[in-house]
Write a new protein. Structure first.
Length: 389
């Protein structure tokens, strides 16, 4: 494919390209470019927010380039401070490696793994071999002033909040990753722009051609407010049961739905806008479930959704919860995982979104005394089984 057509594909959905002229020059060399994207395994599952970058990586593969899926097993133990108003909790080596293995299994749902265009690397391969002098040498490629110019560090500094020296090391290590891999292009979210540019600086200092930086938009979570993150509880995991994916997609706003179409699918947006919002959401849910589960699962969940929510019936299959008739509704909601926390359970009760056998629950101390169906929100059901009944 010629350079202009490649650039057209690469620019779809991208926010920044630094710089497009450099990208065109590299593409004009008629060789497979080295495309890098780093993922810190801070949680065991990938979610749809991660797939924005993964889909762009797949596009590069389809254009004939070499993708480096870099697992930040060492940097993941430090914790990326990007966008954080406080220090991240550090993970153990065991937690990071367990999550990394899960990542390796999941990326095959998006990236081509058999063509030779994918290489999975761990940055501990080189970072763990750096001695104290090498580590100190990395610090000479940046300054405290540069670090404090970064928005999240600047905010914490002004507020008198702690910034560990270890956090300053994170972007330096990410930059060194680019040097080791001799990356031609590095992808990241818009919140990663500082770290990505550090990579360019490092390559220049190491007398290497500088990588092109491409940023992709952050996918807003199901709450419609914050970026998708497991920490915020607003995520859709690609390994989640198809039922959960379908229900979460149906819960998002119409405006957010269109953004999901743009970033997560190849659908024609003009055609999608002609569809009824409910029809469009069902279609989006089916597309995502087909990709991460199967077409059969997508059709099954669409039929079940129509039966339950359009015809006001209860699901045929739902989890069961056994109680002794002494546990209150908040405890049941949290222990059964119907809600992520006690605070969410209380919020739903306050909103009138929790019912037991079609009777709205208004008090947090309500205790089910008999078998019945508990409903939280519009799509979460639980069969309550009371001992002695």
């Amino acid at each position: 494919m010629d350079v202009n057509k490649q650039v057209e594909v690469i620019k779809r959905g991208a926010v920044d390209i630094i710089s497009e002229d450099e990208l065109r020059k590299k593409l004009g060399e008629n060789r497979p470019l080295k495309i890098k994207a780093g993922f810190d395994p801070t949680a065991p599952d990938l979610h749809l927010g991660h797939t924005v970058l993964l889909r762009k990586l797949r596009q590069f593969q389809d254009l004939g380039h070499k993708v480096y899926f870099l697992i930040g097993d060492l940097t993941g133990q430090i914790g990326d401070p990007t966008g954080r108003s406080e220090k991240r909790k550090q993970l153990t080596r065991e937690e990071v490696l367990k999550n990394a293995e899960s990542y390796k299994r999941q990326v095959s749902k998006i990236l081509a793994t058999e063509s030779g265009s994918l290489e999975i690397r761990f940055n501990s391969e080189w970072l763990s071999k750096i001695d104290i002098f090498g580590l100190l040498s990395l610090t000479t490629h940046s300054s405290v002033a540069q670090m404090l110019a970064r928005e999240d560090f600047k905010k914490r500094y002004v507020n008198g909040e702690d910034i560990s020296i270890l956090e300053f090391m994170y972007p330096l290590m990410q930059g060194y990753d680019s040097v080791v891999l001799e990356a031609d292009v590095e992808l990241g979210g818009t919140d990663q722009i500082f770290n990505l540019l550090v990579g360019r600086d490092f390559q220049k200092n190491f007398k290497q051609p500088q990588q092109v930086v491409i940023t992709m938009p952050l996918l807003i979570g199901t709450d419609g407010a914050q970026k998708m993150s497991k920490s915020f509880g607003n995520y859709i995991g690609i390994n989640e049961p198809s039922k959960e994916i379908f229900g979460k997609v149906m819960s998002i706003s119409d405006e957010l739905m269109l953004k999901y179409y743009e970033l997560l699918t190849d659908q024609n947006l003009d055609e999608i806008k002609k569809m009824h919002p409910k029809e469009a959401k069902v279609n989006l849910a089916k597309i995502l479930i087909t990709q991460y589960h199967s077409e059969a699962a997508a059709e099954k969940e669409a039929l079940e959704f129509e039966r339950v929510f359009s015809q006001k019936e209860i699901p045929q299959d739902m989890p069961e919860y056994k109680t002794d008739g002494r546990k209150n509704i908040v405890l049941i909601l949290t222990e059964s995982k119907l809600t992520a926390s006690g605070n969410e359970a209380r919020r739903l009760i306050k909103q009138g979104a929790v019912s037991f056998d079609n009777q709205k629950i208004e008090k947090e101390d309500f205790i089910p005394k008999n078998n019945g169906i508990l409903k939280a929100g519009s799509r979460r059901f639980l069969k309550i089984i009371c001992s002695g009944n």
